[in-house]
Design a protein around this ligand. Structure first.
Ligand code: DGY
Length: 315
């Protein structure tokens, strides 16, 4: 008999078909995150689950899925899963790192450059008929990146890949990481120094109780007044109200966010009305190639776990 599997989003067809060769698949069909009620009732009696970062895989869901052997998330982040509780219940939890490292690091650099060189602001200006003169010596001046210090908060796979890209832009790289993973050309500094010395601070640290709100008012106050903050990790690492105050009051020069406390971002958030911030809608891994690899890996991880093998990536 085939194992029974629940899949909470209808992703890349060919990988769902591959999964169907191995398992009986119950698939959420709508083009929206799966309903909580549907999840709770359909996880019952399943051997495995492929979930998205939009699903809250908490104790209630894990208990509803008594008998689950494996949970595979199509994401590198797993802050939406109570992984400790799942493991305690003998469930193998896997994720999809590596395959999204380059695309997410590219996004980090794209946001950094967009904020530094005011690209999105410039685009808005052109469309709003605000470009009046051919060229002007002091028109829309931004910040240069070469020769500046890039601080990386959390030197995991993505942090390292951002560091490599920054080097190609002739930046000096410093980093702070709880588990100090060295990169030859980057200098390890403590958190205080990371904040005070970075011209550009890129947040790549994963979200946990230690990092939640760690970029708070005190952290933002410790940054340079002409610094730019980029967040490609998870929204709750940054205190958005403190960020708004810092941007409005000129404590830092700019920011670029791909992730938010609430997603989609609440349009009532005062951040949305600031000029000196670039906002993108959680696009870190959003390339055709990466999403295909994430789908393949999420399926492969689940199949391996259900065969009793250790998937390539467990958390
Ligand atoms: C992840 O995989 O955790 C990313 O946030 C997806 O874009």
């Amino acid at each position: 008999m085939k194992p029974k599997v629940i899949v909470t989003r209808n992703f890349s067809g060919k990988w769902i078909e591959r999964l169907k060769e191995f398992a009986d698949v119950t698939l959420w069909q709508k083009d929206a995150p799966a309903d909580r009620e549907w999840l709770i009732s359909n996880v019952k009696g399943k051997d495995g689950a492929i979930v998205m970062l939009t699903d809250s895989v908490d104790r209630e869901l894990i208990e509803a899925g008594k008998g689950l052997k494996a949970i595979s998330t199509m994401s590198v982040g797993y802050d939406h899963i109570d992984a400790e509780y799942a493991r305690k219940n003998g469930i193998v939890v896997s994720n999809t790192p590596d395959v999204l490292t380059d695309s997410t690091a590219d996004m980090g650099m794209a946001l950094l450059l967009s904020a530094a060189r005011r690209i999105v602001e410039g685009d808005r200006l052109v469309r709003n008929k605000g470009w009046k003169e051919k060229w002007k010596p002091d028109f829309m001046l931004g910040l240069e990146v070469s020769g500046k210090t890039l601080g990386i908060y959390g030197l995991g796979r993505i942090g390292k890949a951002v560091a490599e890209r920054a080097r190609a832009f002739s930046m000096n790289v410093i980093y702070y990481s709880r588990t100090d993973k060295r990169v030859g050309f980057a200098e390890y500094v403590d958190f205080k120094k990371l904040l005070s010395e970075s011209d550009f601070l890129v947040v790549t640290v994963s979200l946990n109780e230690e990092t939640r709100n760690s970029i708070d008012k005190a952290a933002l106050d410790a940054m340079k007044n002409d610094a730019i903050l980029v967040n490609i990790s998870r929204g709750p690492v940054v205190d958005e109200i403190a960020l708004y105050e810092a941007l409005k009051g000129g404590n830092i020069a700019g920011a670029a966010l791909d992730v938010y406390t609430e997603e989609p971002v609440n349009l009532d958030s005062p951040l949305v009305n600031l000029e000196n911030i670039v906002l993108s809608p959680h696009l870190g891994s959003a390339t055709i190639e990466t999403r295909d690899k994430m789908a393949e890996l999420a399926v492969t991880n689940l199949i391996e776990a259900l065969k009793g093998n250790r998937p390539k990536y467990t958390v």
